[in-house]
Design a protein around this ligand. Sequence first.
Ligand SMILES: Nc1ncnc2c1ncn2[C@@H]1O[C@H](COP(=O)(O)OP(=O)(O)O)[C@@H](O)[C@H]1O
Length: 298
Amino acid sequence: MAVLLKLTARRSSASTASKSFSSYLCRGFSTSSSSSTLNPETDLKLGSLFSRNSLPLRPEPKDRNVQWVFLGCPGVGKGTYASRLSSLLGVPHIATGDLVREELNSSGPLSSQLKEIVNQGKLVSDEIIISLLSKRLEAGEAKGESGFILDGFPRTIRQAEILEGVTDIDLVLNLRLREEALLAKCLGRRICSECGANYNIACIDIKAENGKPGIYMAPLPPPPHCATKLIQRADDTEEVVKNRLRIYNEMSQPVEDFYRQRGKLLEFELPGGIPESWPKLLEALNIDDHEDKKSAAA
Ligand SMILES: Nc1ncnc2c1ncn2[C@@H]1O[C@H](COP(=O)(O)OP(=O)(O)O)[C@@H](O)[C@H]1O
């Protein structure tokens, strides 16, 4: 597949490179409550993983794959677009929500604690998220992965600071969608319990009003072999989604500002469903992929 990435990576200044993850982590978490579950042995791994790739070993953009972050409200489609771009660019799509759900469904020690937090729509502690992300990056590194598209991380200023302290993020894409569509999209989300593919049974048709354009998003129905195996995420109920949206709106502004100040934030308003949005997103990202543009609706 012919992909031409024209994006000029915007990198933070080299001075940030000397800040180690551990110093951020220790400083950041030293003031956290006594209920902190910080495990330095595990949590410091994120820093060592990144710092193995950091100055003086920190590679130049031409030597490494993209390091992007996707921000956006629950239901906006971060997972869909991050996953498409990850296939196109050959970098892993790492969604912290998926890492949390894997841990929650395991028989690990955090499972019941996570279930309670996630099913109320609350955020998991920075310590746990960093620990899960560290493990995922370490596993990826062992498989020779390079670059990433992070989806759902960072969600707090502390997470953003930790990430900024240990590696260079080239671009932060902030996906936006009309508020009215978000709840319906979350409630319509379905997952195949067998293959894990994501579908959406909601048909969103918001008429233009008060100068705002209308928006139409067709459902993404499952093929017959998945149709009988669909499940819904336990946190995709109306009450929990409303709570997630409220918490996201509360926490996201400072994270957006953090990246805006560093000149890394790219705002992208979704104009509709995948067929309308995907080619425009590629254009906004300066990515040329003739084949993919043609098959956007696929
Ligand atoms: N970076 C993070 N910080 C804290 N909690 C997180 C983070 N990422 C995921 N979670 C937890 O996992 C849940 C599911 O995340 P995600 O799949 O990204 O959902 P959403 O559709 O709300 O964006 C969140 O509601 C939260 O409890």
